[in-house]
Design a protein. Structure first.
Length: 396
C-alpha cells in the first residue's frame, strides 16, 4: 500500500507539499542553487551525467585512465617507501580504497586525523583493515580540549559547518604526510556516484573561515589543530605539486558491495549510516543540520542511489520524507557535555536565527579571482574538480 507521501508525489508528478521535486532523483527546490529543465530534471542530475562523461565512470575509458594513473603513481614513487597516501576514517570508502590500492600493486601509507570524537567501531575498523593488510598508519591526534573549543566556536557562530575543521584538518594532514615521505599522490575515497556532489551554497569552509570563527568565539589557542591558511594550500598544490586522485570517479564502485566485502574479509563493522563513523559528524548530520537549518543531507546519498539504479525512487522518497535521520542514543547529551553547554544555553543557541559562511571572513572571493589558476590546477589533478566547481564561481 502506497504511503501518503508517495501518493502525493505520484499524483502531483513533481511536487510534495508545494515543493518541486526532481523527476529523476529526490532533490527538491529547497536544495541550494537548484534549477529544473523542461522535463523537471534538476541541474545536479545533469552535473552527475557530465562527470560520468568526462571521467568515463565505470566504462572502459575510465578504467583505462585509472590504470594509466596507477602507472604514473608507481613511477613517481619508485625507490620510496610509499607511493601514495590514503586518508582513513574506518568508513566504507576509505577502508576499501586501501585494499584496492594494494590490489593494484601500490604501496600506500594510511593517514588518520583523530579529532577525538571517533566511535569505537570506526577505530576498530581501522585497526582490523590495516593490520590484516600490513599497511602503516600515520596519525595526527589533536588535543581534545582544543578541538572541543573549536567545535564550540562553530556552534556559537550559528553556522552549519561544525565539522568543517575536521575535513580541512584531514586534508592538511594528508598533505603533510605526503610531503614528509616525498609522496606525490593522495588517493581519496569519494564517489560522486555513491554520494552525489554536495549542493552549492550553504556548505563551505576554508582555513580563513575556521580561523576567523575561532578568533571570535574560541577560548583556547590553536596549538595542535592543523589549519590550512591560503599560502600553505598554494604550497601543497603549486610548489610541492601533490596530486589528489579520486579513483572511484573513474571505475565501477558500489558502496553496498564494498560493505559486504569488508565485513567478510576483515570483520569490518557498519556504523549505521553515511558519515556516522564519527560522533561529531553524526551529531551534525543527524541533529544539527535538520533541526537548525532544515537541511537533511541524506538526500545526497539517496538521490545518488536512485540515479545509479540501486534504489527505487519511491522507496527513497519514503525514506527521506517519512523517516527522521538515525541518531545514536545519548549523542545529544554527549555533545552538550563535551563542549560545555547547559541545556538552557544549548536551546538558546539552537533557537537563534541561522547564520552562514557569508556572514564571516573567508577566502571565497580570492578563489573566485584566481579561477583561471585553479582551472589549471584541476586539469593537472592538483585540486579535485569538485573544488573548482564549488569554490571558484559565485554562488547564486
Amino acid at each position: 500500500m502506497q504511503s501518503a507521501v508517495i501518493n502525493e508525489v505520484l499524483n502531483n508528478k513533481q511536487s510534495y507539499k508545494g515543493r518541486q521535486i526532481c523527476t529523476r532523483c529526490i532533490y527538491d527546490e529547497t536544495v541550494p542553487s537548484i534549477t529544473f529543465d523542461e522535463n523537471g530534471i534538476c541541474n545536479y542530475c545533469h552535473m552527475i551525467d557530465n562527470l560520468i562523461e568526462e571521467y568515463g565512470t565505470g566504462k572502459p575509458k575510465g578504467q583505462k585512465t585509472f590504470e594509466d594513473i596507477i602507472q604514473l603513481i608507481k613511477k613517481a614513487g619508485k625507490g620510496k617507501k610509499y607511493d601514495c597516501v590514503i586518508g582513513v576514517s574506518g568508513g566504507t570508502d576509505s577502508s576499501y580504497m586501501v585494499y584496492m590500492a594494494l590490489q593494484k600493486g601500490l604501496r600506500p601509507l594510511a593517514v588518520h586525523y583523530d579529532n577525538t570524537w571517533n566511535t569505537a567501531i570506526a577505530t576498530e575498523n581501522i585497526r582490523k583493515v590495516l593490520t590484516k593488510l600490513n599497511v602503516d598508519l600515520y596519525t595526527h591526534v589533536v588535543d581534545n580540549k582544543e578541538m572541543d573549543d573549536i567545535y564550540r566556536s562553530f556552534f556559537l557562530a550559528g553556522v552549519p559547518e561544525i565539522d568543517a575543521p575536521t575535513d580541512l584538518a584531514l586534508t592538511e594532514i594528508l598533505y603533510r604526510a605526503a610531503s614528509k615521505y616525498g609522496v606525490k599522490y593522495i588517493l581519496e575515497g569519494h564517489s560522486f556516484m555513491a554520494e552525489g556532489i554536495t549542493p552549492l551554497g550553504k556548505n563551505y569552509f576554508d582555513g580563513k573561515y575556521i580561523a576567523s570563527i575561532h578568533k571570535m568565539f574560541g577560548r583556547l589557542k590553536m596549538k595542535t589543530f592543523p589549519n590550512m591558511p591560503f599560502w600553505r594550500f598554494i604550497k601543497w598544490i603549486a610548489v610541492k605539486r601533490i596530486k589528489k586522485i579520486r579513483p572511484f570517479w573513474y571505475i565501477q564502485y558500489t558502496k553496498e558491495d564494498a560493505k559486504i566485502f569488508l565485513e567478510k574479509e576483515f570483520g569490518w563493522q557498519y556504523y549505521g549510516g553515511h558519515h556516522l563513523e564519527n560522533r561529531m559528524t553524526a551529531f551534525n548530520h543527524s541533529y544539527y543540520f535538520p533541526k537548525k537549518f532544515n537541511i537533511d543531507y541524506r538526500n545526497n546519498t539517496l538521490s545518488a542511489a536512485v540515479r545509479a539504479g540501486q534504489l527505487n525512487r519511491e522507496d527513497a522518497l519514503k525514506e527521506y520524507f517519512e523517516h527522521p535521520p538515525y541518531m545514536e542514543p545519548e549523542l545529544l547529551e554527549y555533545f552538550k557535555k563535551r563542549i560545555g553547554l547547559s541545556n538552557d544555553e544549548f536551546e538558546r543557541i539552537m533557537n537563534l536565527p541561522p547564520k552562514y559562511w557569508t556572514d564571516y571572513p573567508t577566502y571565497k572571493k580570492r578563489f573566485e579571482l584566481l579561477q583561471p589558476f585553479f582551472y589549471m590546477m584541476y586539469k593537472a589533478h592538483l585540486v579535485p574538480k569538485s573544488f573548482y566547481m564549488k569554490y571558484c564561481f559565485p554562488v547564486k
